[in-house]
Design a protein around this ligand. Structure first.
Ligand SMILES: Cc1ncc(COP(=O)(O)O)c(C=O)c1O
Length: 366
């Protein structure tokens, strides 16, 4: 039996009729950019994330870029973030001419270690960008405390964490802006690219809305320099169909995680740990072993999907050589990049598939 890392056609089989009806309706309407679908979606997303406003945009990457722009991050500024994340987190900082200042991760959660942030602050620090990796929130209270004391905004990279909670608070509702992605592999994925930002600050939401449309308000009158980052109506309609299914899908992921937790408990592996007060949505289920590369090969030979998120931490990427970091700068991020492996966790996995994955890992260690 083969088990893919992600099976989007299986999700499509579940809701295909609803999706097709919605897409055809939008095609017939002729309203492809902005319009009522976007407005409805922004209201629904704000309610789901427990914030006053949600502003859609073209991708999770643009959400981070726009959030940094809304806070006027510019050349010469520094932005504190984690080196163990998808490239977009660091790339957006650099695209504005600012410098990413990396802080190592907590090896238990793989999220930025708040105890190390103070030492990275300088008078150039313009923002802190924690990432809620794999669907679990970073330890936000100490991060928010440091930021409040210095009057620095916290921008949550919640691309992998829609619906996750930290001490009861939803991802994206704690910092000044939350950034989300609708990349198809996310728990709530579009059929293409899309993203959105959340905030409780209505002035900031207005600013984000203007920035995503070339800084214009009204049309053709440009207050500031923005970008074109619209989400289209087709993707909005697709997300509106999927949103009511999201909590059920989160539950399916948690159920699958609990299965692996039980089945893999006695193997020489580090299993994912959900920190106290956190409620993970398991965008990924990531295990850890010194024998990662051999295990990956073994699973691949058996056509069991797996992936390394992420093999090279940002501070060791070729494009970041000039930042002056090197091997050993962030030992926890480097260790995680060397030893972790994501297993299939999507909610449509069958019991037989879960069993196949678990028994393959068991036989590898046997
Ligand atoms: C942590 C993180 N940040 C940012 C992004 C960027 O999102 P997108 O691919 O929608 O641009 C992603 C996802 O791809 C992500 O996982």
């Amino acid at each position: 039996m083969t088990v893919p890392l992600l099976d989007l056609p299986a999700q499509y089989r579940e809701i295909g009729d609803e999706l097709e009806k919605e897409v055809i309706e939008i095609l017939r309407s002729g309203r492809y950019i902005k319009g009522p679908k976007l407005e409805e979606l922004e209201k629904e997303l704000a309610a789901y994330c427990g914030v006053k406003r949600a502003v859609t945009c073209a991708s999770g990457t643009d959400a981070i870029l726009l959030a940094l722009m809304a806070h006027s991050v510019k050349a010469g500024d520094e932005v504190i973030t984690t080196p163990y994340t998808f490239f977009a987190t660091g790339g957006c900082i650099s695209r504005l001419g600012a410098r990413p200042v990396f802080v190592d991760i907590d090896p238990v959660t793989y999220n930025i270690d708040p105890r190390l942030i103070s030492a990275a602050l300088s008078d150039k620090t313009a923002a802190i960008v924690p990432v809620h990796l794999y669907g679990q929130c970073a330890d936000m209270d100490p991060i928010l405390k440091i930021a409040r004391e210095r009057d620095i905004p916290v921008i949550e990279d919640a691309a992998q964490a829609i619906g996750a909670r930290y001490r009861g608070r939803p991802a994206g509702s704690m910092g000044s802006i939350g950034c989300f992605s609708f990349f198809p592999s996310k728990n709530l994925g579009a059929c293409g690219d899309g993203g959105f930002m959340t905030t409780d600050d209505t002035d900031l939401a207005d600013r984000l809305t203007i920035l995503r449309e070339h800084g214009a308000k009204p049309k053709y009158y440009h207050k500031v320099i923005g970008i074109n980052s619209r989400m289209d109506a087709l993707q909005a309609g697709i997300i509106l169909v999927k949103l009511p299914h999201l909590d059920k899908w989160h539950e399916g992921r948690r159920r699958n995680a609990a299965f692996y937790d039980r089945r893999l408990a006695d193997l020489p592996l580090v299993l994912p740990r959900v920190a106290e007060g956190c409620d993970s949505v398991f965008n990924q289920y990531v295990i850890r072993t010194e024998r990662r590369d051999d295990l990956r090969k073994y699973l691949q030979e058996r056509e069991i999907g797996n992936e390394i998120y992420y093999p090279v931490p940002l501070h060791l990427q070729e494009c970041y050589r000039d930042l002056g970091y090197g091997e050993g700068s962030f030992p926890e991020a480097e260790g995680a990049a060397r030893e972790t492996l994501a297993l299939p966790i999507y909610p449509q996995l069958t019991e037989a598939q879960l069993e196949e994955v678990a028994s393959a890992i068991e036989s590898f260690f046997a």
